[in-house]
Design a protein around this ligand. Sequence first.
Ligand SMILES: Cc1c2[nH]c(c1CCC(=O)O)Cc1[nH]c(c(CCC(=O)O)c1C)Cc1[nH]c(c(CCC(=O)O)c1C)Cc1[nH]c(c(C)c1CCC(=O)O)C2
Length: 377
Amino acid sequence: MNAFPPLKNDLILRAATGQPTERAPVWIMRQAGRYLPEFRKEREEHDFFTICRTPELATRVTLQPINRYDGLLDAAIIFSDILVVPQALGMVVEMLPGKGPNFPEPLVLPEDLMKLKEVVDVYEELGYVFDAITMTRKALEGRVPLFGFIGAPWTLMAYMIEGGGSTSLSKAKTWLFKYPADSHKLLQKITDVAVDFLVGQIKAGAQIVQVFESWGGELSPHDFNTFSLPYLKQIAQRVKKQLLQDGLSLVPMTIFAKGSWYAIESLSESGYDTISLDWTVDPAYAKSITKGRVTLQGNMDPSMLNGGDDAIRATVRQMLTAFGTNQRYIVNLGHGILPTIDPEATRVFLETVHSVGLELNKNGYKVEESICKNNAG
Ligand SMILES: Cc1c2[nH]c(c1CCC(=O)O)Cc1[nH]c(c(CCC(=O)O)c1C)Cc1[nH]c(c(CCC(=O)O)c1C)Cc1[nH]c(c(C)c1CCC(=O)O)C2
């Protein structure tokens, strides 16, 4: 095993495992991204996937927001992309500037499944992610914990069939409804790689992980239960089982199923420690459903960061008051930060999370700890 520097800030790990925190911890989805001039500069020199595949570059970019907002972020997330898994399965994926991901040869018909690799050795295909994680973990010097992540099977299937972003996902949904058996075959194949990939990331040094089901909300509740949830559960169960079998400690697992507000109850029982919420979910609603069984993460509308300092401060206070600041809550946006955001607005957001979180705790504000006990049945 790797020897890593001791961790100096474990707020996120405590919040994710239900232990009290002196303030609500905070990180931001896509915190290393195009809103940062230092990232855009890196991108002028290097192609997107070159950064992902070069541990020195991935480490440097992962640390950009940690260094810029020194002491304000409570976690780092490894710089990579969910689409490295389709690449490992043998597909070509390119990142087109201003357009996003593009698959020149997406899956069209079920027979295209034959084109995917039969067996994927993640150490061979994705070892560069593991190397980047180990290098980043050392470079962090214990300042904050490091997130690993994967895309969830349905979201990756959707990209592999649509060939890029899409508004209706009509091609991917045609597969679900016309070729359900082949769809399950593909979802299972992605799940198998996802499990090995997450376990490998944790072995390499990831201290907490997040699964991104970014297209969850495009499915009806019934279809979510058929095509998404079983695989999300499988990932949580198999990752934990594998870690225990290998004599390793478990790490907290987060599920972000964007748009799947209807699944909060079932996700509370799916093996994840934290549920990440988008901004369409009312904190009181989420708390009334989850009843302290899981940690909640989120959920400010990323566009609020364009609303000016006063609006940011007011919204953060409202959000912290609604979620509670000392237990089972991690502050984040409801989706990735937008490229148009001013990094100084992001600083106001982070500073307010710190100051208001501490203030609310000092004033004796306590999330109703009794909630879990009272509503347990
Ligand atoms: C769907 C998805 C993808 N990638 C990811 C998701 C799930 C989260 C979500 O729902 O947004 C996850 C992701 N992508 C990236 C990270 C890195 C870590 C971090 O959060 O800082 C993470 C966790 C870097 C990235 N991934 C991408 C960028 C910007 C591209 C660039 O630098 O040219 C970054 C920093 C590109 C990307 N990658 C993807 C898309 C759709 C795009 C283009 C759209 C966009 O530009 O926002 C696929």
